[in-house]
Design a protein around this ligand. Structure first.
Ligand code: M6R
Length: 594
């Protein structure tokens, strides 16, 4: 979703280059338009337009704006087309107030009508534009900027992180949030606001996390936070251990391929969470049921959790899409552990479900972003150690999520054998990555089609779903993941010689039956791209193409390793089609609206 940034410098240097640098780091949150507002000489200066950051900067020279404080925004359109008028920052008609916003104001139409009847003039189709008008209205009634923002949030409903500046009260930025992320950075040279830490890592790693309804005021002397009753809140300052370099491409063509290559490190670092996970397990005794809740790729990790926990620990486990959770939450009780999985920790559907689950059950969040909303609302937290993930398509955070779930299942089942095997996974991933060039060449043969099927069975069924999701979100080719045995119950009708079928067939119990399913699609003319063990000679004679996995991993470990070639296939097909894998159309890294 959208990204917002704010900065006020302690000295009188122009802030625009820093704002531009910070907001550029949030392009993964939205790339429909970009805009900056700065203040100097009693005037708010605004540059904004639709388009990717580079295109708009080439046109408007965004770093050339006067003033030592300001706000910036990248947009993922919800209300109103991507256009210059709908781009943020938005202003009141006198241009005394400028606002950037991430989220959705649900009652904006009603507010807009009232404001229009009072004489306010609107220029955009956005929900956001009501905010500067409301702030202006309250400032005209005599409230200062901070209290005008407070009055405004009493009126608006929905999710928001807002930053505002005003000519009537210059030299400060006022910000607040509810259900959308916002962090405050304390740096050597100034004070910062951002939707997400990669924006400001270069400038500030000491972070304050404002809670819902708190009002943050930044000026050149520091940061003051007030609670909803106007009391000053002494916020804890937490230091982020991510470095600025971690959020750079470091010579790779795209973040996605960099992040695919970082997966062994993500697994290795996440394996250090073993003690924390054991402590959680010791604390949550008397659990009779586990219920995973997540969206997208995180949902696929959750599905692997069901297979693992049921087969290893024998605890009944459900998996529910976060957006469907409230329709099936009736059977939760205090003997249920509800496990939320999210790389961002800010996904609106998951956060809503977490609030529901907290009412009845113990909750555990498996999250990659430290300090995110989910880590603050769940009873227990497992922090995956993937480092910042910038590519919209989740890769290293997925294997880190899987690693946490494997650890959880192995510790719950006291399966020392599996724990030992997990230590070898980083090497298995690195060995698999050695086939990169081969997979790149192979992918060229598979970009001719509009439809792909991915088949897996048992432990690798979620892997098939995830492989298909990777393909469709970045290459725009329709990819459908299926349980291998299910294909003949309908979708087999779609198979012909134009339909490639990726079959995931590691050694293990499911191997024989998956091979039969492979034969079924092959005999309908499908081109079969199989992923299997290097020692599987039979597979080589049956499939059209084989990606051989050299480390001999069985089906239990396969989800952690076999996903790597599937990510690479999606990546290389996308490159071949000349699309940007880091910024797929219509998507954003963090989905902060329901
Ligand atoms: O931040 P989350 O893990 O909660 O995000 C959930 C999904 O939005 C996310 O996994 C999405 O499906 C990714 N783009 C997949 O690559």
């Amino acid at each position: 979703m959208c990204g917002i940034v704010g900065c006020i410098l302690k000295n009188d240097d122009d802030v625009a280059p820093i704002l531009f640098d910070c907001i550029s780091k949030l392009e993964y949150r939205g790339y429909d338009s970009i805009g900056l507002a700065t203040y100097s000489e009693n005037k708010i200066h605004i540059k904004k337009d639709k388009g990717k950051i580079k295109e708009v900067d080439d046109k408007l020279n965004l770093t050339d704006m006067p003033g030592n404080f300001g706000i910036a925004h990248v947009r993922w359109a919800t209300h109103g087309d991507p256009s210059k008028l709908n781009s943020h920052p938005h202003v009141d008609e006198k241009r005394n107030v400028a606002v950037v916003h991430n989220g959705i104001i649900e009652n904006y139409l009603e507010i807009k009508e009232n404001l229009i009847s009072e004489g306010h003039v609107f220029k955009s189709d956005t929900d956001t534009e009501v905010i500067p008008h409301l702030i202006e209205k309250f400032m005209n009634e005599g409230f200062d900027l901070e209290h005008a923002v407070r009055k405004t949030i009493d009126i608006i409903h929905g999710a928001y992180a807002i930053a505002a500046i005003s000519t009537d009260e210059p030299d400060k930025i006022v910000a607040t949030r509810k259900d959308s992320p916002l962090i405050v950075g304390i740096g050597e040279e100034g004070y910062y606001l951002a939707s997400d830490s990669p924006a400001i890592l270069k400038y500030a790693r000491d972070i304050i996390y404002p809670e819902k309804g708190e009002i943050v005021v930044l000026d050149k002397n520091g940061v003051v936070v007030h609670d909803e009753f106007d009391n000053v809140v002494n916020k804890e300052i937490e230091t982020i251990n991510w470095t600025p370099e971690m959020a750079e491409k470091e010579g790779y063509d795209h973040f996605m391929i960099k992040e695919i290559n970082e997966q062994s490190t993500a697994v290795r670092n996440t394996l250090t969470q073993k003690e924390n996970i054991q402590e959680i397990i010791d604390d949550i005794d008397d659990i009779q049921r586990i219920c995973f809740v997540a969206c997208g790729t995180s949902y696929h990790a959750a599905l692997s959790g069901k297979y693992l926990i049921e087969s290893l620990a024998g605890v009944p486990t459900d998996v529910i899409l976060a957006s469907e959770f409230k329709y099936s939450a009736k059977t939760l009780n205090d003997k249920t552990l509800v496990v939320f999985i999210s790389q961002s920790g800010e996904t609106a559907d998951s956060l809503k479900a977490l609030d529901v689950a907290n009412e009845t059950s113990k909750t555990l969040a498996i999250v990659n972003v430290a300090g995110s909303s989910m880590t603050r609302r769940a009873k227990y937290v497992i922090q995956t150690q993937a480092g910042p993930e910038i590519g919209v398509a989740a890769t290293k955070t997925y294997v880190a999520q899987l690693t946490s779930i494997y650890l959880f299942a192995a510790l719950l089942a006291k399966d020392d054998e599996l724990l030992k095997e997990l230590d070898k996974v980083p090497d298995y991933i690195d060995e698999t990555l050695e086939s990169k060039e081969l997979i790149k060449q192979l992918s060229k043969r598979y970009n001719y089609t509009n439809d792909f099927f991915y088949l897996g069975r048992g432990f690798t069924y979620p892997t098939a779903l995830e492989g298909a999701l990777k393909l469709k979100e970045i290459s725009y080719i329709h990819g459908e993941g299926y349980a291998a045995g299910e294909l003949k119950h309908g979708p087999l009708a779609l198979i012909d010689k134009r339909t490639p079928v990726v079959v995931i067939v590691p050694p293990g119990d499911a191997h024989r039956k998956t091979m039969s399913n492979l034969e079924e699609v092959k005999s309908r003319g499908a081109n079969v791209l199989a992923i299997g063990s290097a020692s599987d000679d039979a597979l080589k004679t049956k499939a059209s193409d084989v990606i051989s996995i050299n480390p001999e991993v069985n089906e239990l470990i396969a989800p952690l390793v076999y996903i790597v070639p599937l990510q690479l296939v999606a990546y290389y097909i996308t490159i071949e089609k000349e699309y940007d894998p880091d910024k797929p159309r219509n998507l954003a890294k963090c989905v902060t609206v329901e």
